[in-house]
Design a protein around this ligand. Structure first.
Ligand SMILES: Cc1cc2nc3c(=O)[nH]c(=O)nc-3n(C[C@H](O)[C@H](O)[C@H](O)COP(=O)(O)OP(=O)(O)OC[C@H]3O[C@@H](n4cnc5c(N)ncnc54)[C@H](O)[C@@H]3O)c2cc1C
Length: 448
């Protein structure tokens, strides 16, 4: 296939031939004259990170895009609000740099476990910034959607996709405009499904989650804190149930720089008695165990905590179908190591846009098959390792040995941070694999 297989995982696909062609503003990428049978080239369902990114890249290259979003932005979205260097790279590529500067910039991760604490800066990785931001999704998603609109995408807010049908000519979608309380049908050549973790639309077209793979649940709340301006985000790697059991997951405190912090916990479904988990109680327990210096307590909680499901590790399939692609959480692309999904939503939206633009431009629906191949090139080996890691997460004794040993060395934890945030070069994948395989062997000796 005619795509670049260069080592470009961390460079925001800079060297990828597909992106080089599709995003080079010096070239004319408008499709050749085509009979205009459809209302638009691509209908995107969902205006979160995946949908907005795809809309931006398609529209800025001259394609006719309609994005239907059922909510009216700005809107709340349950999230930890943490943006890593990977996400920042994508935002900056979309021209969103200056508007980020009014939000809270941070420089790395302070990690705590088993009574020890380490402060780790983001590593130097070519093509990526050495900082991240913490931005509420209320602000962030509105910013990115507006950016797509400015690039030329037609944004329909308050407009829910109720059902879609695909045929040889394209896609017919039934939409309900909640604002005018009217329903209408929209025809598009192609469809991008970016409707999030529950992906009703994806399921209606046969996209399913591989039930053998674990998933995660996370819950978060906003609190006032005297350390809201802290230049590091914080994670607690040993979290416990109220009865003192060590849990597979982590807790976080992400400072927003405006007097608030986002506090949450995420848990992987590999643990025993998973179905009995009460995440609200676990969050309360976590908050009560955070260092006093944050000043976190129930009195400082600003609203009821909310939670959600995290589909991880490329767990959903198929991600390409007749006339449609699936991106972001709807594709199950969250990073299993750390629960990060925003950057993968931006990236997969961008990859989808590159493939969709090819299909439109050359009137070649078969081109959509390249999307799966691109996802495999960019994420395949990483997610293979990540899935191994998830199996280990279900073994509390091993977790205890690994994490407490790792916390003795800043060097080891810095490497782990690189792995967990997917900030490695291709060569580092080998290191990641070795670490997980060693851990597997350790598991056997610990349980045996
Ligand atoms: C508690 C929690 C904490 C998290 N913390 C982080 C974090 O700190 N950092 C990070 O990177 N990731 C985090 N994630 C993951 C992150 O939130 C997701 O990976 C990310 O939102 C995925 O983006 P998306 O565009 O695929 O989906 P979404 O952001 O869910 O966007 C989907 C959009 O589609 C719209 N929609 C749905 N159905 C329809 C329809 N039928 N018609 C029209 N519109 C529709 C929805 O209204 C929504 O706006 C967290 C998740 C949870 C649950």
């Amino acid at each position: 296939m005619n795509v670049c297989r260069a080592k470009h995982r961390n460079c925001g696909f800079r060297k990828c031939r597909i992106f080089a062609v599709e995003t080079d503003t010096g070239k004319t990428l408008l499709p050749p004259e085509l009979p205009d049978k459809q209302d638009c080239d691509v209908l995107i369902v969902g205006g979160g990170p995946a949908g907005s990114s795809a809309a931006f890249w398609l529209a800025s290259n001259g394609y006719k895009v309609v994005l239907a979003e059922k909510k009216v932005f700005p809107r709340e979205k349950t999230c930890g609000d943490g943006l890593t260097p990977r996400a920042i790279r994508q935002l900056e590529d979309m021209g969103i740099k200056d508007s980020l500067s009014s939000f809270h910039k941070y420089f790395g991760l302070r990690t705590r476990a088993f009574g020890k604490e380490l402060t780790l800066d983001w590593p130097k990785v070519p093509g990526l910034p050495e900082y991240g931001y913490v931005v509420t999704r209320y602000d962030l998603d509105a910013l990115v959607l507006e950016n797509a609109k400015a690039a030329g995408a037609e944004i329909r807010q308050g407009c829910e996709a109720i059902g879609v049908k695909t045929d040889n000519d394209g896609v017919r979608a039934d939409l309900r405009d909640k604002l005018s309380e009217t329903s209408f049908t929209l025809r598009a050549k192609y469809l991008l499904i970016a409707d999030g973790a529950n992906s009703r639309l994806g399921r209606s077209l046969g996209v399913t989650r591989d039930r053998k793979l674990p998933f995660a649940l996370a819950i978060r709340g906003y609190y006032t804190s005297v350390r809201s301006h802290d230049p590091y985000i914080e994670s607690q790697l040993d979290i416990y149930s109220p009865d003192g059991t060590l849990l597979p997951g982590y807790g976080w405190i992400f400072p927003l720089g405006d007097g608030r912090v986002n506090v949450g916990i995420g848990l992987v479904s590999t643990m025993a008695k998973w179905k009995e988990v009460n995440t609200t109680h676990l969050l309360e327990t976590f908050v009560s165990q955070t260092p006093d210096s944050w000043g976190l307590c129930e009195k400082n909680r600003l609203s009821e905590p909310t939670g959600g499901k995290l589909p991880m590790g490329m767990s959903n399939a198929p991600l390409t179908g007749h006339r449609y692609l699936v991106a972001g959480d709807a594709a199950g692309l969250i990073n299993p190591f750390n629960g990060e999904g925003i950057s993968y939503a931006y990236e997969s939206g961008r990859l989808a846009a590159s493939v969709l633009s090819k299909a439109v431009r050359y009137e070649k629906p078969e081109a959509l098959a390249e999307y799966r191949e691109l996802l495999d090139i960019h994420y395949g080996s990483y997610y293979k390792v990540a899935r191994l890691f998830l199996q280990l997460m279900g073994k509390p004794n091993l977790l205890r040995v690994l994490v407490s040993t790792g916390m003795n060395s800043k060097t080891v934890m810095s490497v782990l941070l690189k792995i967990m945030a997917n900030l490695m070069t291709d060569d580092d994948i080998g290191i990641a694999e070795t670490i997980v395989k060693t851990a597997e062997k350790l598991t056997e000796s610990v349980s045996g």
